[in-house]
Each structure stands twice: as C-alpha cells, then as structure tokens.
Ligand binder design. Structure first.
Ligand code: PLP
Length: 361
C-alpha cells in the first residue's frame, strides 16, 4: 500500500502521476527511450518542455506577457537571483519577514542591496501578520518580496498584500504554488522550488513579467540571468529534464481533477478538519498560529506533553502515516498536506490523533 506521506518536501506526488511515470519509464511515447535519456535539445524533449509550459499556462491562467522559466537550481538560488536581476540600478528592496524562509531571503538580499524590512512577524513570534497598509514601505524600493506560505512555522497569506508600494511584487510560492487559483497579473514575479507541490527537488521555476527582463546587474552569472534563460527557452544550460517532465504531468493531473478551484476547496477542507481536531483536543494538541493566517499546506503542532511526541510518531508510522516529524528548527509534529495528499490521508491522521489522545490523555 502507498503511505500517506506528510513530508514537507520532497513530498508526496499524486498517484496517477507516478503511475504515468512508471508506464512511460522504459519507453516514452514509442521512442524506446526513457525521458531521463533524452538529449535536452532533442525534438522529443523540446516537445515535453513545451507541453509542460503550456500546461502551466493553462492551469494557472498565466497571461501572455509573462515568461515561464525553468531552472536546474533550488528555490533558494532566487534569493540572490532576484536582487541581481530586479534591482535595476536601484539600491533598496523591500522585504516582508514572516518566518524562516523570508528571513533567509532578506539576509541573502542584504548581500546585494539595502534589504529593507517593511514588516516582521517576529514581534508575535511569527504567529500573525499585520495589515499590509501599515507596513513601512520604502519609496525607492526596486521590488517588494514576500513568502506566501511559511513552510516551517505554518504561517500563510490568505490574500495578496495591497500596499502603497508601486514596486513590483515578488513572491516565493515554493510551498503554495498551484494550491489555489492565482491572479498572476498582480505580480512582477513569482517563483517556486518544485519539490513541494509539483515535482522533484533541484528544479525551480519562475513566472516573470516580460518588462522586468533584460536589466540584470553586469556581475550576474549568466546561468542566473533571467533574460538569458528566457531567450533560450530554459535551454541555456542542461535543464532538469526529468523534473520538467514530472511537473508537466502534475499540471495535467490537476486539470483532470477539475483545476485549481476544485483543488483549492479540497485543500481548505483538509486544513479545516485538521485544525478543528487540534483545537477541539482541550490542549492535548496545540497550534498557536492566528487562525486567520494558518497555513493550509503545512500544519505544525505540539503535544502538551512533548515527551509523548516520539511515541506519537512511532505509532503513526505503524498506520503508514509517514514523515510527520517537525522541522529540525521547530521540533514537534508537522503535517504537510499538499495537493497530492488525499483527503483520506488527513481523515486517517485525525482518527489516529483522537485515538492517541484517548489512550494517552
Ligand atoms: C522549501 C522552501 C524553500 C527552499 O527550497 P530549496 O529548493 O531547497 O532552495 C524556499 N522557500 C520556501 C517557502 C520553501 O518552503
């Protein structure tokens, strides 16, 4: 049986996607070759890459004046790629800090510019977000960067922030991309690592408004120059070929499931049930994030008696509830429930949690 895998990333893939990979693994479309063995400039691979891009455009409704770029690089590479490409002779950029990933983004950004923090959730121990119209926007900032979903501390923006900033909005969507419909036109650029809700580790993608390309700082490594990647159709260097293939299959699966509206409703239902189980446990389980900003994707929680957590994880595994251990920086338990996690997985987890509480409460 397939486990219910709650890993934060690399994470569970949809079963139909894995089956399709298995079906095509030895012989992709009658070529007698595996996708892994195709040259990246072969007609076959170019067809795969074009299909992946087309699937993205369709499932995410990406407007024509945005480029979709694929990188054989981690999400984190863009923490430096963004200032290098988007400062455009300015010296300041705005950052919102809502957790560990956005903190890492601002710290890396500070190596290239005056990385100005417009709002930090550190005052609330990263449990809540203050209204964007109160943020300290810098008038000269080249862009405003935020992280839609903080994967480790489980804090998520339920809206696209509206501020007085006129600078393009740039968003790290690594752990939330494709989890709900998105109005791309509100952004200058979004980017994501593929290992959470999409495909495999080592692949990332960016969706960027065309007018922001072509202004990279001269010291930008060519491999990191978004304009070069755009002009070469993501083939400037050898791309993450297998990851691009898997990403295309995932988009295909999302369309077959009914698209992002349907997926979004399912994700909301899964999260609501799990938070309800936590909140109704009389303190046996605890998640302290402000309910308005609780992540739908990653639910970190503690047991009131933290010494029971090891037993909790061990007994969960016996039921094929895997990889529930919290991030090493946060401890405790974390249930990551991206698109590929079936509702039945969340139901099984909740039943186990109630049962565990009864036996140990
Ligand atoms: C996992 C994660 C990253 C880092 O991804 P890498 O591909 O390992 O660099 C960055 N941002 C967010 C929000 C993440 O969840």
């Amino acid at each position: 049986m397939r486990a219910f895998n709650f890993s934060a990333g690399p994470a569970m893939l949809a079963e139909p996607v894995i089956k399709k990979i298995q079906e095509e693994l030895l012989d992709w479309h009658g070529t007698g070759m595996s996708v892994m063995e195709l040259g990246h400039r072969s007609d076959q691979f170019i067809q795969i890459l074009e299909q992946t891009e087309q699937n993205f455009r369709q499932v995410l409704s990406v407007p024509d004046h945005y480029e979709i770029l694929f990188f054989a690089a981690p999400a984190r590479m863009h923490f430096s790629g963004i200032p290098m490409n988007l400062l455009r002779n300015k010296t300041t950029a705005d950052y919102v800090v809502t957790g560990i990933w956005s903190k890492m983004a601002i710290d890396e950004g500070a190596r290239y510019c005056d990385a100005h923090c417009v709002f930090s959730a550190s005052d609330t121990n990263y449990l809540s977000i203050t209204a964007p119209d109160t943020w300290q926007i810098h008038p000269e900032a080249a862009y405003l960067h935020y992280t839609e979903n903080e994967t480790i501390n489980g804090l998520e923006f339920p809206f696209i922030p509206e501020t007085e900033s006129l600078a393009p909005l740039v968003c790290d969507m690594t752990s939330s991309i494709l989890s709900k419909p998105l109005d791309i036109s509100r952004f200058g650029m979004i980017y994501a690592g593929a290992q959470k809700n999409l495909a495999l580790g080592g692949l990332s993608l960016a969706i960027i408004r065309e007018d922001l390309l072509g202004k990279a700082h001269p010291f930008t490594p060519t491999t990191l120059n978004y304009q070069v990647i755009a002009q070469s159709d993501s083939l400037y260097y050898t791309p993450h070929t297998f990851g691009c293939y898997v990403a295309g299959l995932t988009c295909q699966w999302l369309m077959e499931e009914g698209g992002l509206e349907v997926i979004s409703e399912r994700n909301l239902r899964k999260a609501k049930k799990l938070y309800e189980a936590i909140d109704s446990s009389g303190g046996f389980y605890r998640n302290d994030v402000d309910p308005s900003f609780r992540s739908r994707m990653n639910v970190p929680f503690r047991l009131s008696d933290t010494t029971l957590e090891a037993l909790f994880l061990e007994q969960a595994r016996a039921l094929h509830l895997e990889q529930l251990k919290g991030h090493r920086l946060a401890g405790g338990i974390r249930a990551s429930m991206y698109n590929a996690m079936p509702e039945a997985g969340v139901d099984t987890l909740i039943t186990f949690m109630k049962d565990f509480m009864q036996r140990n409460g």
